[in-house]
Design a protein around this ligand. Structure first.
Ligand code: ITT
Length: 193
């Protein structure tokens, strides 16, 4: 059994990742270790912020843990909202964030985008990173009721938005799923007895 703290305050991330984890994993939440504060995210890249969150929790609480930072990268917006995804329109409001993106993309024919997740694992004081991406296009309007964040405007190859996938389906194919599968593979190979 491997016990790891998942260093996140985002319940949607926890729901998606918990569905994938095999039973040799025991996930602890931040509240289980008495951490109720916002995690620091002060850098300009997803990789650095992912590491910053994991390091903060690993060092302050002396635990093995993993964190993830993720974002929506839009080609025509030079990779924005990217590392600024959570607060793109000023505060943590998914609707306002999507409205801002839709407006910025209004007259843009290049609608290519990707979601990216970088997981940082810190175990026995050593750091590892796992990256997952998924390509899609920015839709013209919001569609779908599931998921979170920018899912309603992220159109997959089959024409559905990410918000039209139920949790079970999204958690198998998403950027987060791809990064999590690498994390699981690594732990299986190196840490499961
Ligand atoms: P923690 O830092 O506590 O983990 P957070 O919500 O602040 O939680 P991020 O800094 O990684 O997480 O911000 C990611 C933002 O990117 C998130 O708030 C969404 O707006 C967007 N995002 C990430 N993954 C997404 C997904 O699967 N679907 C839609 N939007 C996503």
């Amino acid at each position: 059994m491997i016990e790891l703290v998942f260093a996140t305050n985002n319940i949607n991330k926890i729901r998606e990742i918990e569905l994938l984890l095999p039973s040799f994993f025991k996930i602890k939440r931040l509240e289980d270790i008495g951490c109720t504060e916002e995690l620091p995210e002060t850098h300009e890249t997803i990789e650095e912020n992912s590491l910053e969150k994991a390091e903060f929790v690993a060092q302050k609480y002396n635990v093995n843990c993993f964190a993830e930072d993720s974002g929506l990268e839009i080609d025509a917006l030079n990779g924005n909202p990217g590392v600024h995804s959570a607060h793109y329109a000023g505060d943590r409001n998914a609707d306002k964030n999507m409205d801002k993106v839709l407006q910025e993309m209004e007259n843009n024919d290049d609608r290519n985008a990707n979601f990216k997740t970088v997981i940082t694992l810190i175990i026995d004081k050593v750091q590892y990173q796992f990256v997952g991406t998924i390509n899609g296009k920015i839709g013209k309007e919001k569609k779908g009721l599931y998921g979170f964040g920018y899912d309603p405007i992220f159109v997959l190859e089959d024409g559905r938005t990410m918000a039209e996938l139920m949790l079970e389906e999204k958690s198998k194919i998403s950027h987060r799923a791809k990064a999590t599968q690498q994390l699981i593979q690594f732990l299986k190979e190196n840490y499961s007895a």
